[in-house]
Design a protein around this ligand. Structure first.
Ligand code: PMM
Length: 270
């Protein structure tokens, strides 16, 4: 899943694709690099970000979705808002990627239920301006707590009429999570397996990678995290993660080619 942020303020690419033309060109470029689908978003969720108006978000994403879907791309809309999900599906999106898992705007679940779209429910606790205050996972720890809270979102989506076969789950790396929380979750993704949904993971360029690679106390800059991310992608693919939300599509494709070659060789040996 290649990322197209049509925003002035996203943490890694804010302002680079914030016109329809630039966003569409970027989407086409990601497809040429090997993306299977494109995730179009009009709201930055970087820690501390303020929310755009609904009308602004609609103006950002709908023309981009219409063009890219019209060009034959499989398109997902990254939104927490029911109005935007509705307009995006009408414009050709077939996946609604809701980072709030239905918590920010519960009506989004009814909207998705009334379409054929797939639904990504991500683990989330609060909007970006407040999420730093919600990173306490005691007493059960981050893994058990995220599993429980995601299961609640899955059940809410099903109760609204979205069948389980249309739902993907995402642990929500970086959302109300400190670096060690992200690593704990990545190390225990199998605890989400019994929820019987495909898994989506979005680690691309995130700050926990910057912290891992810090030198002299300074995080590695956002545009120099792609090698670590490619290594992570390979390991996640080996663990059976189904969908990877990424900025660096070519590096991800290369990592997946290595995994596929290794798996083919291993199968021949058996
Ligand atoms: N991360 C961001 C935005 N949308 N959606 C899903 N499903 N999972 C994520 O981890 C996720 C997301 C923020 O990252 P960005 O600013 O690099 O797009």
């Amino acid at each position: 899943m290649g990322i197209v942020n049509v925003t002035p303020d996203s943490f890694s690419d804010g302002g680079r694709w914030d016109t329809t033309e630039a966003a569409v060109a970027h989407g086409l470029d990601l497809l040429a690099q090997g993306a299977d689908l494109l995730d179009i978003g009009g709201e930055s969720t970087r820690p501390g970000a303020t929310r755009p108006l609904v009308a602004e978000e609609l103006d950002r994403v709908v023309p981009v979705i219409r063009e890219l879907a019209g060009a034959g791309a499989l398109v997902s809309v990254d939104t927490m808002r029911s109005e935007v999900a509705e307009a995006a599906v009408a414009a050709g999106a077939t996946i609604v990627n809701d980072v709030s898992g239905g918590l920010a705007d519960p009506r989004i679940l009814d909207v998705v239920a009334g379409t054929d779209a797939s639904y990504v429910a991500m683990h989330w606790r609060a909007h970006a301006d407040r999420m730093r205050d919600f990173s306490d996972y005691s007493p059960d720890g981050v893994v058990a707590t995220v599993r429980r809270e995601l299961a609640e979102r899955l059940h809410a989506a099903e109760a609204a009429g979205i069948e389980r076969g249309r739902i993907l789950l995402d642990p929500g790396l970086g959302f109300a999570k400190r670096p060690e929380h992200n690593w704990e979750l990545l190390g225990a993704l199998d605890v989400l397996e019994d929820l019987a949904c495909p898994l989506l993971v979005g680690a691309s360029r995130k700050s926990f990678l910057g912290s891992l690679l810090a030198e002299g106390g300074r995080p590695r800059p956002v545009d120099q995290r792609e090698h670590a991310h490619a290594a992570l992608v390979a390991l996640l693919a080996l663990r059976g993660v189904d969908c990877l939300r990424v900025h660096d599509v070519r590096a991800t494709r290369d990592a997946l080619a290595v995994v596929a070659a290794l798996q083919t060789a291993e199968e021949r040996e058996r």
